[in-house]
Ligand binder design. Structure first.
Ligand SMILES: Nc1ncnc2c1ncn2[C@@H]1O[C@H](COP(=O)(O)OP(=O)(O)OP(=O)(O)O)[C@@H](O)[C@H]1O
Ligand SMILES: [Mg+2]
Length: 259
């Protein structure tokens, strides 16, 4: 087993006493959460409880938002080692490459499909141009998009369907060879069929990457979740028992209470 391989069930994210505030208003107060390797972990909770904020704390994206203050500990198992993401020594840009994020609405850059893929390789990873196309193709294949775009890499990314755009965003994150993928309601803006396509893809990707998925959908949680946590107002996190995950009625009652 390689250094970086994780055994199913081993903790890979440990968050303790995490506080996040915007303009002095506390959003997360003392979050404690452990995420284990193996299968997507789904995070649910009422609107406004701070799920997006919690994901953004894992790759320090909150720091890009004005008025945001964070304290506490977020530790990730990166490259086989525990790293405190807020400690000096791990640059935020490096962290965000290794902990990729996909957002609720597809956000391709207003350039071609191909350039969406090569820009991070050039600007974030500073790879030589000779390596771009191979990496881009590999990531597009992994995102199940290669056959659909191989003949139109020069076309604007905006010309793709919503589901294709979201898979392009996934491919863009994969091109940086991340270890974690944070997905914030990744199918919220897609129709049923496109959403199912992305869900199937996420299940495949979960074999290789640690996935944390925020979802509002009962059906999606049932299809995706190996593990599930609920974020309550103020930042208390509860793990959902595996038996509740397997029982549709219990899960429905549970999700109902959250909506
Ligand atoms: N950039 C920001 N500036 C100021 N306040 C923010 C910012 N981002 C989030 N907040 C506040 O933090 C709180 C939690 O927001 P967040 O988006 O994390 O919730 P959420 O659980 O993801 O909600 P939803 O399910 O609706 O997406 C909200 O009160 C929101 O107004
Ligand atoms: Mg959100």
């Amino acid at each position: 087993m390689s250094e970086t391989m994780k055994t199913d069930g081993d903790p890979v994210i440990e968050i303790t006493d995490l506080h996040v505030a915007f303009d002095g208003r506390a959003v997360l107060r003392g979050v404690r959460l452990t995420v284990a390797a193996g299968g997507p972990t789904v995070l649910v909770g009422r609107s406004g409880t701070g799920k997006t904020t919690l994901l953004r704390a894992m790759n320090r994206l909150n720091e890009c938002l004005p008025g945001c203050a964070t304290r506490g500990s977020v530790r990730l198992r990166l490259g086989g080692e525990w790293r405190d993401v807020y400690a000096p020594g791990l640059r935020p840009e490096e962290l965000r490459r290794r902990v990729g994020m996909v957002f609720q609405s597809p956000n391709p850059l207003p350039v071609s499909i191909g350039r969406n893929m090569t820009m991070p390789l050039e600007l974030a990873l500073r790879l030589p141009a000779a390596e771009w196309s191979g990496r881009a193709e590999q990531a597009l294949r992994e995102a199940g998009l290669w056959d659909e775009v191989r003949d139109r890499l020069n076309q604007p990314a905006a010309a793709l369907s919503g589901g294709q755009q979201q898979r392009l965003c996934l491919a863009r994150a994969l091109a940086c060879r991340p270890e974690f993928l944070l997905l914030d309601e990744p199918t919220a803006s897609l129709d049923y069929k496109a959403a199912r396509g992305v869900e199937d893809l996420l299940l495949e990707l979960a074999e290789k990457y640690t996935l944390v998925v925020v979802s509002h959908s009962l059906n999606q949680a049932r299809r995706l979740a190996r593990r599930m946590h609920v974020l309550r107002e103020g930042g208390q996190v509860e793990a959902v028992e595996p038996e509740a995950l397997a029982d549709k009625d219990r899960l429905l009652a549970f999700m109902d209470e959250l909506m």
